[in-house]
Design a protein around this ligand. Sequence first.
Ligand SMILES: [Zn+2]
Length: 397
Amino acid sequence: MSLAVPGKIQTNQAAELFAIAAAVEAVPPFAPLTILSDSKYAVDGLTLHLPKWEADGWLNTDNADLMQDVVARMRARSATTKLRWVKGHSGVHGNEQADKLAAAAVTRPAPCAQPLPPPPMQFVNTGVEMRSLTQRLAYKLVRKQNHMGYERQATQRQISQIAEAAMMTWNIPKSCASLWTSIRGIDMRREIRDFWWKAQHDALKVGRYWSNIPGYEDREVCSKCNVREDLSHIILTCQEQGQGTIWELTNALLAKRRIHLPQLDLASVLVAPGVSLKGINEAGTSADDRLLRILMTEAVHLIWRIRCERVVDTEADPPHCHTPEVIAKRWRKALNARLAIDQQLTRPVKGRAYLDRTAVLKTWRGLLEDEASLPEDWIFRRRVLVGMPLPPPRGIG
Ligand SMILES: [Zn+2]
């Protein structure tokens, strides 16, 4: 027989498997059958590897659908079916003839194959066997099922906007996958990572979210600016104390390293965990990139926290006080805590450090208090602090 391989997967392996399926269908189920194939892949797969593949729920098997199709047909037979591997192009008569048929089919208009009857899938286990269910396999299974489900629309929208902003604002190409992996980088504190994960899903509880929650409808609108809140408003434009001061201080710090932020919208801010200056400033070093990632993510997170204290944690005792001075102090505290983490991560544990000390020294270069009096390698010094200008006084005079 010479048949065209049905379906989208047009590979060698798919063809070898389809050939076996077609052969099985061509012979009555009660007649013993020996199939000769020069495909080690098909023969070994259907004999040696089958028990393991099936026990693992086919999660580790390429062409799982095609394999299952063949297995189902073979198991439906009442007589024995044997598979034997033969060396291709070595003078085995049937093999040579099959090769000729295949070669002839390439130059002929594709023959119309009758579709095979559907495989009796009740003969194949498609779930994972309990005894071979490892955590790794379970994770794969969950991931696979998630992929089969629908994609969350808000997430798709948000993540593609961020990818676009990476290109438009920062001039760096970012795939959606790399945006997700960037939030798991070593430079992201766990707390910030969680926040970013929600932000990339557009799943933070702001604005419209509250409109349907009885008793909390007032949270929908920013009480200061009288507009519906969203993350963009909170992080970039709100007139309440917080974002303005923090961005000013961030810019002042970055200026010490001659880094100037481009015009930012929310999507370009959310690029931060994977941001790089390379696309907009050739002189930018990897230490500059790292600093920028840290400052931007810490800034956004502190702005968010301050807003949550103001809006959500309204019954705090003592009540939160967010004057520019307090906010400047909080920002300084956040950065010093971040610096301390950096120092900590350069300490070798069992001979291996998480962070390279030179990378850390370079990240904070030019930003430290009394830096001139510090030794060149201050990595294990206590009380190394980020120097910070006080915020310009506002509303005075
Ligand atoms: Zn506002």
